[in-house]
Design a protein around this ligand. Structure first.
Ligand SMILES: [Zn+2]
Ligand SMILES: [Zn+2]
Length: 325
């Protein structure tokens, strides 16, 4: 009888623990909010999503390794990686995360294959990278005795739909419209413990994102602002603009989806006079033409903790209040 009581007690404690573990908040960190522009304040596209035991990296923009180091997240601790599309500003950081993450040091230590999902061409790219870095791989296995399994990449070219389902975390790819010649191009939906985060990837105005993000806790969307004079003088900027979403268009997507919080990341900004930083006031004012809800302009290392609501902190851990209601 006594034993039964103790076992019951242990059972309850375990249950309570399991519940506490499952209820751990979903956390999103913007590692890179920029584009190919080599701005120190905005590294190129990369986002970390932490859900229970899963640490998921979305895109390998320039400097992803450095931002993860700043957040004290060992590269070898990442459990899966997802690529939205194969534009260089989303994958130039891949060799760095891959090979630095393999080193037998506290910020690396990957001992098992690196898991990567992405659009068609992802497998071919990882095979080619493995060929490109063959000498480094040979040397480090021979000389430093690094575990050969830790440098293996298990990549898969995926289609829209559920691509990852582990430890209560579901990741689905959605097709987005980044232009006729950039297909496939994905956004991603992460679901965990009744919470939902949507990442738009690079896209023009696409209501499929609004549909996927209906009632989401967090919608991270790209945006582009290019000054008209620049557009007239450099045709390249017209092309860039044609592949992205304006603040007014993003506002329409936010209004349709009505997320608890809308955030800009992958902020394309080009001005005639080189500006040291992205003008947040311009982005917000233009978005307000079509959206009145909670909005933030993302900054590198900004963190979103999603529980009953969404708490936001900057890279230094200071709380941030979104604009709008
Ligand atoms: Zn792109
Ligand atoms: Zn991009």
């Amino acid at each position: 009888m006594r034993l039964q009581k103790i076992l019951l007690q242990v059972g309850f404690t375990l249950l309570a623990f399991a519940h506490a573990a499952a209820a751990e908040p979903l956390k999103v960190t913007l590692l890179g909010t920029g584009t190919p522009t080599p701005r120190l304040s905005n590294f190129s596209a990369s986002t970390l999503v932490e859900a229970g035991p899963e640490k998921l990296l979305f895109d390998f923009g320039r400097g992803a390794t450095m931002r993860l180091y700043q957040k004290r997240v060992p590269l070898g601790a990442l459990t899966a990686h997802f690529i939205t599309h194969l534009h260089s500003d989303h994958v130039v950081g891949l060799p760095d995360v891959w090979l630095t993450g393999w080193l037998a040091v506290p910020f690396g230590s990957r001992k098992t294959p690196m898991v990567i999902f992405g659009p068609k061409g992802t497998v071919a790219m990882t095979e080619n990278l493995t060929r490109a870095f063959a000498e480094d791989i040979r040397i480090r296995i021979d000389d430093e005795h690094l575990p050969p399994e830790g440098v293996v990449i298990t990549a898969r070219d995926v289609e829209p739909g559920l691509v990852y389902d582990k430890n209560g975390v579901k990741v689905s790819a959605i097709a987005v419209n980044h232009g006729e010649k950039i297909k496939p191009s994905f956004g991603y939906v992460v679901e965990y413990d009744g919470k939902k985060v949507v990442l738009s990837g690079d896209t023009k105005y696409d209501e499929r994102i609004a549909a996927a993000a209906k009632g989401a806790d967090l919608l991270v969307h790209e945006v582009a602002v290019i000054e008209p004079a620049l557009r007239e003088n450099y045709p390249a900027y017209r092309d860039i603009e044609a592949h992205h979403t304006s603040p007014e268009e993003a506002g329409r997507i936010f209004s349709l989806a009505a997320p608890k919080l809308a955030v800009y990341s992958h902020i394309v900004f080009a001005s005639v006079k080189p500006a040291p930083d992205v003008p947040e006031d311009v982005l917000i004012a233009r978005t307000r033409a079509t959206y009145a809800g909670p909005l933030l302009v993302g900054r590198d290392l900004m963190t979103f903790t999603i529980d009953d609501g969404v708490k936001v902190a900057d890279g230094a851990g200071e709380a941030i209040q979104p604009s709008g209601k």
